[in-house]
Design a protein around this ligand. Structure first.
Ligand SMILES: Nc1ncnc2c1ncn2[C@@H]1O[C@H](COP(=O)(O)OP(=O)(O)OP(=O)(O)O)[C@@H](O)[C@H]1O
Ligand SMILES: [Mg+2]
Length: 308
């Protein structure tokens, strides 16, 4: 069976909500605390698995030999996800983030990549060994860029469609001059697009997509939050977002990418794939949290939205 394979990060997020942030040296009781799954690789895997009919999504990544890693593995077993090649390493702890949110919803986040940095040649080899069964691979930049580069190379050799979310921005991508040329669908948000181009793009988003397209990717889709998307490549244009009562946009880009991978896998037209992805990502903003707010196929069917 052919698969969508996502190689990337898996984190545990520990959130504290309070009136204000603790000051240096201060111990401040918080009003609320919760643990959730995070990491762009994990988020995108959950989005794609929830939006596909069959069990076609495989997540390749690395967690530590600890309680956080156990929680990730247990929680992912409840999704329609293949995690048989999710590695457990004793070299570092599971990636995690400590998130403070104050009463105005500002956040302060400290991230420890931990086991995510251990994604290396063994993950490239795992991917290589299963590549005959893979039709799409999706990557982000929370694992070493060199690992992404090697996976993109294998994918190109095997004619596997490649999707890259270039977040978070990392300077090392410029060390691999053909990095972007190996990408079929590049999906930066506005900030990442500005980073790639090295300039502000305010009001010139479509031009920016075309400029990034000239750097090598076959298609560039810039996501613009509630302003929707612009795209340049085989098709060029702009689509508005769907109108929702958005309470938490965290992870909406990850939901967009997961949805896009599914529709490309299903060989939908480019326009239908984009439309489905902006619909799904709009729905992901109406509830709190990242992956826990991602819609399932029935949520897509049961919601009727209009565009902004
Ligand atoms: N307020 C909103 N209303 C409707 N749709 C939204 C809203 N915010 C985001 N979206 C949808 O989600 C897509 C991705 O959003 P955005 O560009 O903010 O991603 P991002 O910054 O990469 O997010 P993250 O990295 O946290 O997952 C947008 O293109 C849009 O379709
Ligand atoms: Mg993003």
């Amino acid at each position: 069976m052919s698969h969508i394979v996502i190689v990337g990060s898996a984190n545990i997020d520990i959130t504290h909500r309070g009136n204000r942030f603790p000051s240096p040296g201060e111990t401040l009781p918080s009003d609320n605390s919760y643990i959730s799954l995070g990491g762009k690789g994990l988020n995108q895997s959950i989005a794609a698995s929830r939006l596909s009919n069959k069990k076609i999504v495989k997540f390749i990544g690395s967690v530590g030999e600890d309680a956080f890693g156990e929680k990730i593995k247990n929680d992912l077993l409840n999704e329609k996800l293949d995690i048989s090649d999710l590695n457990t390493t004793n070299e570092d702890m599971t990636g995690n983030a400590i998130i403070y949110i104050d009463s105005d919803n500002n956040n302060q986040i400290s991230v420890y990549p931990g086991a995510n940095s251990k994604n290396g040649d063994s993950e490239v080899e795992v991917f290589s060994n299963i590549s005959e069964k893979v039709s799409i691979v999706m990557l982000q930049q929370e694992i070493p860029i060199e690992t992404n580069y090697k996976i993109l190379k294998v994918a190109k050799n095997k004619k596997i469609i490649t999707i890259l979310d270039p977040g978070p921005p990392k300077e090392e991508f410029r060390n691999f001059t053909d990095y972007l040329k190996l990408v079929d669908f590049l999906t930066p948000n506005k900030h990442e697009a500005e980073y790639i181009l090295g300039k502000k793009i305010n009001g010139k988003e479509l031009e920016a997509a075309k400029e990034i397209r000239n750097m090598g990717p076959k298609n560039v889709i810039i996501t613009l939050g509630k302003d929707g998307i612009v795209f340049a490549g085989e098709k060029v244009g702009r689509l508005p977002s769907y109108n929702v009562n958005s309470v938490d946009p965290v992870g909406s880009g990850d939901c967009f990418n997961g949805a896009l991978a599914v529709k490309i896998y299903e060989k939908s037209s480019f326009n239908d794939a984009l439309n489905f992805s902006i619909f799904a990502s709009a729905l992901s903003t109406i509830n709190q949290g990242a992956s826990q707010s991602f819609p399932k196929l029935e949520d897509i069917r049961n919601n009727d939205l209009t565009t902004n």
